[in-house]
Design a protein around this ligand. Structure first.
Ligand code: PLP
Ligand code: TYF
Length: 397
């Protein structure tokens, strides 16, 4: 029975990361998978996370199951983090959430709940979007339609085209939006453009589903959630998939949340129950470790202050790297890379062809995705010259 199943190809992103790991060139440059790396090329554990983890180990008296909705402190903390401490819908009891295994689990639980409301609902996704959205949402039978978003020539958002396409989105449809730091292109909506999306959602009745996996790594914790909060202030309903992988560095602990903005408190309670039942269909109870740590960091004032300072340092470093990469690539080529400084978060398309990206890998051990997406946070003082030299050679042919 099972031997008829073929070997499947690796995940396109994680497969390239494995290829980079296997490369024995000591000067290789790995800009594949989106993890934050420091100047030493390491993905660090936040100091506040280490301290909270030590507390957890000392205090823990049981490994009994978590509730299906997860850790209460984490839920409170992430609701305030995403919607804001003094969010009106939060104070009005219109928001509920459940802790999920990472942002991926949050997307999947959101999809399950959407499919319960409207089986086979149409989800509008940006062109391009994070490729993993398709299996995560498609596996529950949701259908996809693209809206135009990134324009390679300008390296920015073609907002007129986006609006034109989304005019067709109706009540019963879902529009998936990247809350900030768009993966893969780094091009985000302005606050004014978020306002237009809110107008359209109000008039047309579609449901926004916001994937926010990089809050705090674009312009800061509040600034990165400003678009989402603008929608929350105006709309009756919305779903958010939040991840604690990047901004708390909890990647392998699989920590995230699905959050529901609802018409009223009764509906918020109903949606939480829907999400819990959806979780039972997939994994029953979430893992404890990451969310208990995140709950402590988000709600203890001293840990919170330490975490925010460290996160702000990462955000500033990413933005400084964007400027350095721009200048070094411009010096090594005769191209304009000013767009790298205009984008936000961990990703940018360098605007190279698939052949050029492959040549960079095969001839220079410089690893980026075939689309020429780089992980900006993988660049450091020791590899930036090699990156610029290799891109210069490949671009000049
Ligand atoms: N959404 C986007 C756009 C992402 O880039 C990621 C991962 O990095 C996620 C969601 C979910 O990440 P995780 O499941 O690791 O929390
Ligand atoms: O886009 C990225 O690199 C990150 C990490 O199946 C990631 O979002 C990549 C692939 C995947 C899950 C996470």
């Amino acid at each position: 029975m099972l031997d008829q199943l073929p070997l499947l190809p690796a995940d396109p992103i994680l497969g390239l990361a494995a290829a980079a790991r296997a490369d024995d060139n000591p000067n290789k440059v790995d800009l594949t998978v989106g993890i934050y790396m420091d100047e030493q090329g390491l993905c660090p554990v936040f100091d506040a996370v280490q301290r909270a983890q030590r507390q957890l180990v000392e205090e823990e008296t049981t490994k009994a199951y978590m509730p299906a909705s997860g850790d209460a402190a984490f839920n409170t903390g992430i609701q305030k983090l995403v919607f804001g401490e003094d969010s009106a819908p939060l104070l009005a009891g219109r928001i509920s959430s459940i802790q999920t295994p990472g942002g991926c689990g949050a997307l999947r639980i959101g999809a399950e709940v959407i499919a319960a409301a409207v089986p086979g609902a149409k989800v509008w996704v940006s062109d391009p979007t994070w490729p993993v959205h398709i299996p995560l949402l498609g596996s529950v039978g949701l259908k996809f339609e693209n809206y135009r978003y990134y324009e390679p020539d300008s390296h920015g958002v073609n907002f007129d085209a986006m609006v034109d396409d989304l005019k067709q989105a109706q009540a019963g449809d879902v529009v998936l939006l990247h809350g900030c730091c768009h993966n893969p292109c780094g091009a985000d909506l302005s606050l004014e453009q978020w306002g237009v999306v809110a107008d359209m959602a109000e008039n047309q009745g579609f449901l926004p589903f916001i994937d926010i996996a990089y809050q705090g790594l674009g312009d800061g914790l509040d600034a990165d959630a400003a678009g989402l909060r603008l929608l929350a202030a105006r709309l009756p309903e919305m779903i958010v998939a939040a991840s604690s992988s990047k901004n708390l560095g909890l990647y392998r602990e699989r920590t995230g949340a699905t959050l529901f903005l609802c018409r009223d408190g009764n509906s918020a309670a109903a949606l939480q129950s829907q999400a819990q039942v959806a979780a039972r269909r997939v994994y029953s109870m979430p893992p404890a470790h990451g969310a208990i740590i995140a709950g402590k960091v988000l709600t203890d004032p001293a840990l919170r202050a330490s975490w925010e300072a460290e996160l702000q340092g990462m955000c500033q470093r990413i933005n400084a790297l964007r400027s350095q990469i721009r200048h070094q690539l411009e010096a090594a080529t005769d191209r304009d890379f000013g767009f790298i400084e205009r984008e936000k978060g961990m990703f940018s398309f360098l605007g190279l062809s698939k052949e050029q990206a492959q040549k960079l890998r095969n001839e220079h051990s410089v690893y980026m995705l075939d689309s020429s997406r780089i992980n900006v946070a993988g660049v450091n003082a020791r590899n930036i010259d090699a990156l610029a030299a290799a891109v210069g050679q490949v671009v000049k042919g």
